[in-house]
Each structure stands twice: as C-alpha cells, then as structure tokens.
Design a protein around this ligand. Structure first.
Ligand code: NAD
Length: 243
C-alpha cells in the first residue's frame, strides 16, 4: 500500500478485472503454481492438456474426478475479495465493471458477480461429440456413453492446455474499451490472460496488479499492490468507489 491510491484520474470509466487462482486461495481453493500448488503433484501435460486427453482420457478423468471430490468436500465460499468485486459491479456508476476470470470454481457467480469464465467451469461437464452440457456432481466413468451414444467423450467443461479459451471475442471488445484494468491473484504464466494488461495499456488504460507474490514481469502495470486479495481488493474497491 502506498500513495498510488491518490493517482486515479476521474475521467476514467470502464473497469476490466482479470482474476486468477489467487483470489480464491483464501476460500481454501488451492492454486496451481504456488509452492504447495497442484502442479507440484501432477503433470499438467498429462492430466490437463488436450494431447493428454487424446492419449489417455482415463488419466484426465481420474484427475478431474479427484479434483471434483476435493472441491465438493471443501464447498468453498466467496471471500472478501469476491464480495468486494460484486460491490464494485453494483455500485460503480461511471461506466461498466467487467470481470474476466481464469478460475473454474464458480465463486464470482456465488458472490453475486457476473463474470466471463474463460477457462470454463468445473461444476459442469459436456460431451465432446454432441456438446450436451450437464452438471458435474458425481464422478465421470470414462466408459459411460453419452446420450448421443458416444463413449469416452464426456469431460468437465474446463478448458485444457492446447485448447482455445472461451469468450475471447468479448474479452477483446472489453479490453479495447477499458480505462482501468486490474489483474488479481495471477502468476501471469498462462496465456492469453497474461497478455490482457499489455493490451489494456496499449489502449491507454491505467493498469493495476494485486497479487500476493511479485511475478517475474510487471512492466505493463502502472501500479502494483502486493498482499492478500481478501485485504487488498476490498481496499482497492473502496478507493475506486471514493474516487
Ligand atoms: P497460479 O496458480 O499460476 O498463480 C496464483 C497466483 O496467486 C500466484 O502468483 C500467487 O502469488 C497468487 N496468490 C496466492 N494466494 C493469494 C492471495 N491470498 N491473494 C492474492 N494473490 C494470491 O494461478 P493463475 O495465474 O490463475 O493460473 C492458474 C490456472 O489454473 C488458471 O488457468 C486457472 O484456470 C486454473 N486454476 C483455477 C483455480 C480456481 O478456479 N480457483 C485454482 C487453481 C488453478
């Protein structure tokens, strides 16, 4: 925290918020790249890459089922950071407030926000053959046929590495018309989300980063705030609403 909070230009209007796993860490959802994150235990190229799926759907489904069970047992709830962003969406009157999330945990919606889930959602599954979408509230058996008759085609509605994220046309439009951009709780390792700040900056936006740790590259951010999202995001929202 520092004097940066005094530097807001009141002519700015549309806010674009990009969130990553760090915003949900204090809700108990593990991140992937922190010291105790999931990628220290699993190889993402096997369990979360489209090539891994094509080579062995059962390994992917085994991992996803385990995640689903952990998630169901955890029953995570939105924390103060998610709730603050909902407040910003409800109370900001100077333009739009759009949330783009890499997260698949549904916590923005649970907090009452509207968010574009560019990596999909872990609470639904779909058939890769017919695109039938249903709730993902019990383990998938890789041998279960879909209603369309296809076998080994049902998987969670989450985007794997090597696949195109969702809603990119909407994201591009939002970034093109963005005056204030903030990235929250992301290691900035995963594209395309890692590129959003530089696009927003090139369109003249004021760019902010709120994260626990210092990422390797931060030059596209005009302002950086390092700390826990549950503390720093409500503070940042208060500052925005007061500006
Ligand atoms: P990441 O795991 O690569 O990085 C997490 C970042 O969050 C780190 O930089 C860390 O410093 C920061 N962080 C940790 N705790 C924090 C806190 N309390 N407050 C603020 N920041 C904190 O996450 P990523 O960049 O979002 O990329 C991970 C990918 O994995 C995404 O594509 C996402 O889809 C997926 N993922 C999603 C979830 C989820 O839905 N909650 C969880 C893990 C991974």
């Amino acid at each position: 925290m520092n004097g940066l909070y005094t530097s807001i230009n009141k002519s700015m209007r549309n806010i674009v918020i990009s969130t990553g796993a760090g915003i949900s860490a204090e809700s108990g959802v593990p991140t992937f790249r922190d010291a105790d994150g999931l990628w220290t235990k699993y190889d993402p190229m096997v369990v979360s890459h489209i090539d891994g799926w094509n080579a062995s759907p059962s390994k992917v489904i085994e991992f996803k089922n385990e995640l689903r069970r952990q998630f169901a047992a955890l029953d995570p709830q939105p924390n103060a950071a998610h709730l603050a962003l909902t407040r910003l969406q409800n109370e900001w009157t100077d333009g739009t407030v759009s949330i783009i999330t890499q997260n698949i945990d549904g916590l923005h919606a649970k907090a009452g926000s509207v968010a574009l889930e560019i990596h999909g959602t872990a609470i639904k599954k779909f058939c890769m053959k017919c695109n039938d979408i249903t709730g993902y509230d019990a383990d998938i058996d890789v041998n279960d046929p879909c209603v369309c008759g296809e076998v080994s085609s049902i998987r969670p509605l989450t985007v794997m590495f090597g696949e195109m994220p969702h809603h990119l046309d909407k994201v591009e439009a939002l970034l093109n018309d963005c005056h204030i951009f903030v990235a929250i709780g992301t290691s900035l390792n995963v594209r395309p989300a890692s590129m959003f700040a530089s696009i927003a900056l090139s369109r003249g936006a004021d760019t902010w980063l709120i994260n626990k740790d210092v990422p390797q590259i931060t030059f596209e951010y005009n302002h950086t705030i390092y700390g826990n999202a549950s503390v720093e995001v409500p503070r940042w929202v208060d500052m925005m609403l007061a500006s």
